[in-house]
Design a protein around this ligand. Sequence first.
Ligand SMILES: Cc1cc2nc3c(=O)[nH]c(=O)nc-3n(C[C@H](O)[C@H](O)[C@H](O)COP(=O)(O)O)c2cc1C
Length: 262
Amino acid sequence: MKNLNPITFITSLIKITKGKPNIPISLENNALLKIIYNRRSVRKFTNDEIPDDIFKAILEAGRLAPSTVNLQPWSFAILSDTEWKDFFEKPLPFHAKKAIIILGDVHRAMKVIPVAQNTPLVRYTLAVMNASLAAMNMNIAAEALGVASVMLSDTGYGGFFHSKFLSEKLKLPNDVFPLMTIVFGYPDGNYPPMPPKFPLDKIQFKTEYKETDQDILDDWILQMHAGFKVTNPFSTFQAKLNYYTSNLERAEKELETLIFKK
Ligand SMILES: Cc1cc2nc3c(=O)[nH]c(=O)nc-3n(C[C@H](O)[C@H](O)[C@H](O)COP(=O)(O)O)c2cc1C
């Protein structure tokens, strides 16, 4: 891998700033595309409260998401910033105003459709796949209403990295899996630039899987390191990766217990 040095740092930052969504001219005024393409994970929020009707509309987008056999295998734990602080004894990350802990939930449907009894991995996959769609629906609905958000699998007991802790704390029954927390608020300042996304022609193929060229991967990882440095001057992307790696074995064991009831 190429190293991040002053030159690759600058060139990577230039590449990041040049990265833009590709919107066909004929569709450039399409309101929904604009919302989807311009969405960003936001980590800085104002102190403004999200009005109840707005937040309810976001939740409704989650409720109405598509799901396998309409199983709706999800539950949402919903907390305001003050409720979060009381419950977890630490502030909601990024001073967000609301949090939704997304739980993949096959427990509910299994009570009346006990078809996936002996297939724990299938049950888990159904839960993850479908609850993530509900999460994304809420994320996009929020954007449409001017509310920004970020999904968290980690920070502040966010999700699957802390599945044992969350299962106990939220008293989750079998087959309910903590996945992520979405935190919401009004954005403080401009949206961050788009992080490096792989070009469309590098992620698609017709009939045979296509390996991504090494230079594309090198370029991407350099941009990830450089972008991280700008937003976190006192840390490095490598330190973040090391942190994740050191937590993975614990997370893996906890998940195995939850999925296979070991
Ligand atoms: C399932 C999921 C988990 C994530 N977990 C975290 C997290 O723990 N901390 C964080 O700062 N961002 C987290 N993110 C946000 C990603 O870092 C972000 O989506 C990615 O860098 C791309 O940026 P964009 O959302 O602005 O396109 C998560 C995103 C997803 C979808």
